[in-house]
Design a protein around this ligand. Structure first.
Ligand SMILES: [Zn+2]
Length: 234
């Protein structure tokens, strides 16, 4: 597997990571496109990186991380745990390979303390966009992003809880890094997760407008996130 990492240096060494997984799920039974999971967030991340590079200088250093291996090899997320010799009580998951590896490297290189926030996008391109707050995430980051989205007039940001659980932001949270996940899982389709991990996850379900809504909201949230991070370190 390969994580792709691009860095945009800023005035400060403090890092904000914006991430997405770019692998998609492998099904033997049918051809899986993965337009929303994870084509949408991969495309949005490329465009965010382009926009922020033009907009420089940024106060903080930005890292754009495209994670590999988010999807499980086995059919379901939790079908195939592996034994963990270091901690038998918590088996190694069969998912989030790239993000777990990336965070382990951050810790090993003693870079983790420099990472002040992590913004994850995953499945955020559905044409009927509706973004609840993921159940796992740092509330001050969620507050800023959701308030900013609403201020921009995007009613797609709602205050319901989006039950997702672990995603690529989980290893960051476990390492003490404030993180959030922008994801639409439960309402991806006409009923519960209808298109998720099915042959229906195709380009016609995704709209450029949804990518723009999330992208605009993140761009507008960053100065507030930078302000919060810098006021804490003063
Ligand atoms: Zn998936």
């Amino acid at each position: 597997m390969v994580n792709l990492i691009a860095e945009l240096p800023g005035e400060s060494n403090d890092i904000v990571i914006i991430g997405s997984h770019y692998d998609t799920k492998l099904f033997k039974e049918f051809k899986f496109v993965g337009a929303n999971d994870a084509g949408s967030s991969t495309g949005a991340l490329m465009e965010l990186a382009r926009v922020l590079a033009v907009k420089k200088p940024n106060k903080l250093t930005y890292r754009f991380v495209f994670f590999d291996g988010e999807e499980a090899f086995c059919k379901e997320w939790d079908d195939c745990h592996n034994p963990n010799p270091a901690d038998p009580k918590t088996p190694l998951p069969d998912n989030t390979y790239g993000s777990r590896h990336y965070v382990a490297q951050l810790v090993q290189k003693n870079e983790a303390p420099r990472v002040k926030a992590m913004i994850l996008m995953d499945m955020m391109g559905f044409k009927n966009l509706r973004l609840g707050r993921a159940d796992l995430g740092t509330s001050w980051l969620q507050d800023i992003v959701w308030q900013t989205g609403k201020q921009l007039g995007y009613k797609e940001f709602v205050d319901t809880t989006e039950g997702v659980g672990d995603d690529d932001h989980s290893p960051f949270l476990k390492a003490g890094i404030d993180s959030l996940d922008i994801i639409q899982l439960s309402t991806y389709g006409a009923y519960d997760s209808e298109y998720w991990h099915t042959k229906e996850d195709t380009l016609d379900k995704v709209s450029a407008k949804s990518l723009k809504i999330v992208g605009d909201t993140i761009i507008a949230s960053l100065p507030k996130i930078e302000e919060r991070i810098q006021s804490r370190s003063r």
